[in-house]
Design a protein around this ligand. Structure first.
Ligand SMILES: C[S@@+](CC[C@H](N)C(=O)[O-])C[C@H]1O[C@@H](n2cnc3c(N)ncnc32)[C@H](O)[C@@H]1O
Length: 253
């Protein structure tokens, strides 16, 4: 038996399974990400992702929406639930939407804010779901274990991933690295799944009043930025930066 926290989430991470006291993203990273996401610069991704999930479930042989059965969707490494919530909004009451993250602070925030989803503190390396119980798994910049994805997806179920496109955050990265290496565009391969659709989303963001600093703080290269650059971005009135995402849909073979 697991207790439900007062915010409504369940903690499925036994203390002895944790490698650190507070695994996953820190409170500071979570807060920067939250502040940045609130600014709406990733809203296009949020909407396109939710529509992709809806479409892929509608087309899925596992469980089309017309079926009377409720489709079940899991967002792994969901952070504070920004995408999870939109997926639940778009699918409406026809679906059960779950979000899971190893960082308790993020899950606590998500479950306080989004009552339309079920959240848990757990690891994406050991998913707390039955074999072949999920119609879709969503993975936005989050780690995963292939065997677990395959174990939990229903036959014909789908995996929707978001990965950085070649030019993602180019203007920020060129301020940090002498030579910017473009991200690899090759879609990841997952054993037992076939890639059925790939979409690109590229647009320019005008970051105002310190938003460039919040964006920096939520990236893995934050610690590479010099204190001078950090101070400059904090003060920066306007900074133009590209967002470039790849959205891939895979289906269980
Ligand atoms: C880059 S963030 C992305 C968060 C969210 N999907 C988004 O895009 O806003 C990666 C997330 O994965 C979580 N994470 C890291 N290792 C994990 C694991 N083993 N199991 C579940 N979540 C994990 C982190 O705590 C963090 O919230």
């Amino acid at each position: 038996m697991f207790d439900k926290a007062k915010e409504g989430y369940v903690n499925l991470m036994p203390a002895h399974h944790k490698h650190s006291k507070n695994p996953g993203d820190s409170k500071e990273m979570m807060q920067s990400r939250r502040a940045f996401l609130e600014s709406g610069h990733y809203q296009k991704l949020q909407q396109q992702l939710a529509n992709t999930v809806q479409q892929s479930i509608a087309n899925s042989i596992a469980n089309p929406l017309e079926n009377s059965q409720q489709p079940t969707i899991l967002d792994i490494g969901c952070g504070e639930g920004y995408y999870t919530n939109e997926i639940a909004n778009v699918l409406g009451e026809s679906a059960q939407v779950y979000g899971l993250d190893i960082a308790k602070v993020a899950v606590r925030y998500a479950s306080k804010r989004y009552a339309n989803c079920h959240f848990s503190v757990a690891s994406s390396y050991k998913l707390p779901f039955n074999d072949h119980s999920l119609d879709a798994i969503v993975k936005v910049y989050a780690p995963s274990k292939q065997e677990e994805l395959l174990r939990c997806l229903k036959p014909g179920g789908v995996l929707v991933t978001v990965t950085p496109g070649a030019r993602h955050l180019y203007q920020l990265r060129e301020r940090i690295y002498q030579e910017v290496r473009l991200h690899e565009e090759q879609a990841d391969e997952f054993a037992g799944l076939e890639l059925i659709e790939q979409a690109k989303l590229n647009y320019s963001m005008q970051l105002v009043e310190g938003q460039a600093f919040e964006l920096l703080q939520m990236t893995p290269f934050a610690w590479k930025a010099s204190p001078e650059l950090q101070a400059e971005l904090k003060q920066c009135a306007s900074f133009d930066c590209e967002a470039d995402f790849n959205i891939q849909t895979y289906r269980v073979i």
